[in-house]
Design a protein around this ligand. Sequence first.
Ligand code: PGA
Length: 246
Amino acid sequence: MKIINGSTYEGMCLEAAKIIKSQMSVKPTSVLGLATGSTPIGVYKALIEMNNNKEIDFSKTTTVNLDEYVGLSGENDQSYRYFMNTNLFDHVNIDKTKTFVPNGLASDIDGECKRYDKLIEDLGGVDVQILGIGLNGHIGFNEPNAYFDKGTHQVSLTASTIEANARFFETIDEVPKTAVSMGIKTIMCAKKIILLANGTAKSEIIYETCFGNITPNVPASVLQLHPDVTVIVDNDACAAIKNNIN
Ligand code: PGA
């Protein structure tokens, strides 16, 4: 694992955006694996600015998102499709027909999961996958005790994740209880992975992820086994690992 301390939130996001920019200059047809949540918003802002400055071109890019709530349509302002449209796709020169998010309204969710994995395979796999991390070490919606060998599948959100995500809804009862998520196996198949974390609350889980035991209790710890992972943090999220890195 390579670990970069970007110092500030903006610095962290810029480091991630620069890696994506390099990837896309080498391979304009790259498949980007994208994440939602508050953490990557600054990365998307940096990419929008680079696109405005003609430093990065999305016209040949394909994207696949990690996950989507079951039961929300793409027009729902809490859906991850809506998040991606408003935080990135509406502001860059991407062909929206080449942006993919699992369909949370599919009548056959298991079939949707299989379709999504096949789609990723047909695209030739993900070139760079962006990940945030939950306070409990989840990546995508792979909660503690997730199996490491699963592809895209339906997941039940843990109480702590429902509570963490309730801030985006009017009431906690409105938070969907299930989601479609790329599995750990899907994520581990990405050629390159960038894991982002900022803020003091993420410091301990970043220690566990990078230097703790590799265990399904901390799903992100499996990333220690991936050949090309860059963990990018700010000073606060770096606190518990600062003695372990240069
Ligand atoms: P956050 O969520 O970026 O909003 O902290 C991260 C996650 O749950 O994966």
